[in-house]
Design a protein around this ligand. Sequence first.
Ligand code: ADP
Ligand code: MG
Length: 695
Amino acid sequence: MFCSIILMVINLMVDLEKNIQYIKGVGPAKATLLNKLGIYNIKDMVEHFPRTYEDRTKLIDIIDFMDGEYVLFVGKIQTDVKVQRIRKNLAIYSTFACDDTGNVKLTWFNQKYIKDRLKVGISYLFYGKVQIEYGRRVIDNPQIYNLAELDKVKGIYPVYTLTSGITQNYLFNLINTIYEDEVKEEEIFSDEFRKKYNLADINYALKNVHFPENFSAIDRARNRIIFEELFLLQLALMTLKNNSLGMKKENVYSSVDEEDFLKLLPFDLTGAQKRVVEEIKKDLTSDKVMNRLVQGDVGCGKTMVAAISMYIAVKNGYQATMMAPTTILANQHYNELKPYFEKLGINVEIITSSTTKKNKEIISNKLKNKEIDILIGTHSLIEDNIEFNNLSLVITDEQHRFGVKQRMKLTNKGKNVDTIVMTATPIPRSLAIVLYGDLDISIIDEMPPGRTPVKTYVVDKTFELRINNFIRKNVEAGRQIYVVCPLVENNETLDLKSVEEIYEKYKNEYFKDLSVEFLHGKMKNKEKDEIMQRFKENKINILISTTVIEVGISVSNATVMIIENADRFGLAALHQLRGRVGRGSYESYCILKSDNKSQKARERLKVMEKSNNGFEIAETDLEIRGPGDFFGIRQSGLPEFKLANLLKDMKILKEAQQAAKELLKEDKYLKLAKNQKIRNALFDKFGEQLTNVAT
Ligand code: ADP
Ligand code: MG
């Protein structure tokens, strides 16, 4: 007789839905901070992917240091640590370290212990970010280790997105704690599918994205995760397009004569506007549903092209709608276009978040009864209770500010609607095609006549007085000034603080006698609109704002734009901001203030002095900063991904697109049993928008 011993393997499996608060070392206070990063449960933390990695696998010679790079190096201390007391709460500790190839200045702020930590003549390991200032190498706040710690320090370190109160080390320890037990997410791809597209298993990918053994493991892990993100997006877009692609419109437009509208305009269309209108007309009269992207630099006159298209839709007996990203922009479109449409007996209405509930109801009823032909508005347009009678044309302005979901929701308000999306963001053509599926692209590459390029200057602190005199001179000549404050990413409270500080300076130091006001995203819409209105009426001389107050604003009397801490913006964003001036016939100026001494930063800003062409600027920005930073979080509005980067990951994007195509070819409605997990993932992510596609 023998007994069999049953070995019970106790697999401590992590519950992915478990609230992050209950993990060792978290608790309610830290949990609140983690929530700010979008981390509510374990799954969120596992999917809080590193932004990048620190390569501390190699020691770098000092002579090879490059501006902006992070380096691990051995340096021998050359001089006693010097202390400079700048003011009461700021002391700078500095010294020099060298190796056989060169030396570097090391500085720390308010770190008293440095004086005892470092001894002249002794070598240490340092890790930090190199800056080249006036040809000299400097590292602020490098981390210090003893040489004996080399083995421990060497390796590949994940770098996470943080929020105040949460450090890299904290997140690193947290993810370590979580992975002490077994973490298992559901694999949505079959073995066959993974083999076909050479994809790693999801759990291998998740683990190696946080704890990579080497760089090729990172690649494989990231590739898998990015593929899934892009694949699901492509599936969503295609499923949506299945609805419209190749579909016949029920009613093809017959009359496309816009003469009556054009007669009312005080100007002729530019050649480029005419060409794009023709392209649109061709689509409108074809029986295929139109999906068109209209790209054009700020101020090229996209709104008129939109208006003409809407006019044609209405003339054919249909309704049209145009969605703008902010109330101010929606109002501007409404006020600009309403007089023309009214003269032609066309009813235009506007709906924004400041529209009262009662008015929304009235508008909604009129819409259903077709007493309104054109509805202009903000996100409020996509609310469920806004229903059209026979919507046939949907236009989104500043498309980059809307997500895929919102776009879907609006087009779903009509049947086989024609769509135009308008953007001033120069998206490379190859990218636009993948992103927007089969969108056709029209480009307005010509400015209305009489525009003079905005004169642009990059200046530092030493110019302050001169700039202020310049502002005064312009105000005395009757012109108006914009001052743009640096944006604090994802932090409206800090944004507000920076606006208030700058306002203080302008209002109470420099221009006590002038009318100075400020605008901020946190203010109520009504307040914002009032201020904007008064600015338009020239009752405000200097308007201070964040970028939250958007790009398309048109006040032709405003001729000077001052951008504070300009180095904090991407060039594409600066260019869009600059487009707010130079809208009239007056000479206009853009002053980029920056005290950043890094060569790279100055070089980048100088591009703005030389070029007035948005596409050219965007390309240079791309070259200098790399694609990672190109679509900064706020300005982008491209779909948000946890890991994917649409420019960098173009290759994966194409593969994912191909894979999605093949899958839908085989199983158009994702009905096959083997595709159910994919289908569930798709609906988890894009759910409600796909409802009329699904069954
Ligand atoms: P954007 O393309 O940035 O949206 P807008 O549509 O706001 O630009 O146009 C900027 C300004 O140029 C508006 O005041 C508009 O009335 C004017 N505009 C548009 N087309 C022409 C044109 N062909 N000639 C002169 N002015 C024009
Ligand atoms: Mg516009």
